[in-house]
Design a protein around this ligand. Structure first.
Ligand code: NAI
Ligand code: MG
Length: 393
């Protein structure tokens, strides 16, 4: 039987992941789930939010479903360590960013596709004064391991780093700034990783019939990193006749996605820009309760909702959060491993529940989260899962 590593993590990750597994079981997906430890609890008790045993589980089983983790700033992290671990120089790191880097999950896919009748869908005024609700079908390919999130950064950079930077004449502008008053985050982009993400975007466009791929960068300012990506995109696009390469600047793209988001199909970007536009598009299709993602490498893949652990809602029982983002992440897993029929059945069941509009989590009712949302007509997380399960057929 197929094995899937289940990594609930923290907060609402512990709620939505088991619900997704309940749905997968009901839909007839045959798998054994092996549960892995990850997140804040393991930082506090072991000084390691991503224990080696969890890495081993992923190495063995290749595929993981992940809920969400809690991250906190450096000082808070040290404070929450169990007393025997304090003062040992342990430094908190984000386990999900580490997973992406360790398993070279360099291709992040974030589809933002409108569900019909979702009350959170983007709307705008039409020319005749009415309201229109464009169908959005954007799939963001985010380079997941390098760029501005590569982690190559310093506060108070060592002199050798400073010297290296000063080989660039643009550093003259900072020559009076002492090292202690300077922070640097490097944006490193490589040819190989850029080729992989851009090719993955074109392959996806080809497979699913998208007519264009947009490279969303800023080559007029970030001449080197964005410039390299644009050059590679131009080369790769020649191999795909019938798919047009568009290029937009990240800032303009953020404006256009509030005006004509339906014009965009597959979009590809560096790590940070991909993070930004995927959140932007997610907002148009219902926000964090709906935003799903896949982190895919050559050998391993991890599927997760875009949202975090939502600590505000962690203690609410029954839980109020929307499990759809986690469900759609599970659907991406099914598609990745070739379980297309079950993927289709689940997708349709989710779409049917939303279209029918009888069951809505608090976010879909535009309520402020809290225990009183049920009195206002919201269903809880389990009831939402039950509604989807009842539509499976
Ligand atoms: P968050 O995504 O956890 O929550 C932000 C807000 O979005 C929530 O308060 C809630 O109003 C809404 N929300 C999130 N998920 C929802 C769902 N399934 N249904 C309905 N509403 C939902 O982001 P926040 O509050 O900035 O971060 C909380 C913690 O999560 C932090 O420790 C952060 O570091 C971590 N985080 C982890 C991520 C991951 O595991 N991949 C991603 C983002 C944040
Ligand atoms: Mg983000």
């Amino acid at each position: 039987m197929r094995k899937v590593v289940a990594l609930p993590g923290d907060g609402i990750g512990k709620v939505v992941l088991p619900e997704a597994i309940r749905l997968l079981d009901a839909a007839g997906f045959k798998a054994e789930y092996v549960w892995g430890d990850i997140g804040w609890d393991f930082w506090c008790t072991e000084g390691n939010p991503l224990p080696d045993r969890t890495i081993k589980l992923i190495e063995e089983n290749k595929i993981a479903l992940f809920g969400a983790i809690t991250s906190k700033p450096k000082e808070d992290s040290e404070k929450e360590l169990d007393p025997p671990l304090k003062g040992k120089g342990l430094v908190y790191f984000s386990p999900i960013v580490t997973l992406r880097q360790k398993f070279n999950l360099d291709i992040c896919i974030r589809p933002c596709i409108t569900f019909k009748n979702n009350p959170l869908n983007f709307i705008r005024k039409s020319n005749d004064g009415g309201i229109e609700e464009p169908q959005i079908n954007a799939v963001i390919f985010r380079q997941n391991t390098e760029g501005l999130y590569a982690g190559v950064e310093w506060t108070n950079p060592p002199q050798s780093v400073r010297d290296a930077f000063e080989t660039n004449p643009k550093m003259n502008a900072f020559k009076e700034v002492p090292n202690e008053e300077m922070s640097i985050s490097a944006r490193i982009v490589t040819k190989k990783a850029s080729e992989r993400i851009i090719r993955a975007a074109f392959e996806y466009a080809k497979k699913f019939g998208y007519k264009n791929v947009t490279l969303c960068e800023k080559p007029n300012v970030l001449r080197e990193t964005s410039g390299m990506m644009l050059k590679i995109a131009k080369q790769i696009s020649k191999e795909y006749s019938g798919i047009e390469l568009w290029d937009t600047n990240i800032d303009a793209q953020m404006m256009w996605l509030t005006k004509n988001p339906e014009n965009y199909g597959v979009i590809v970007s560096e790590n940070m820009f991909g993070d930004i536009i995927s959140d932007g598009f997610a907002g148009l299709i219902g926000g964090l309760g709906f935003a799903c993602s896949a982190n895919i490498g050559d050998q391993y893949a991890v599927f997760e909702p875009t949202h975090g652990s939502a600590p505000k809602y962690e203690m609410l029982n029954p839980s109020i959060v929307n499990p759809v983002a986690m469900f759609m992440s599970a659907v991406m897993m099914l598609e990745h491993i070739g379980e297309l029929d079950i993927a289709r059945i689940i997708k349709k069941a989710v779409a049917d529940v939303i279209a029918e509009g009888k069951f809505k989590t608090y976010d879909m009712l535009k309520l402020k989260g809290g225990p009183n949302v049920f009195a206002k007509g919201a269903v809880n997380t389990e009831q939402m899962t039950d509604a989807v399960i009842s539509k499976l057929n």
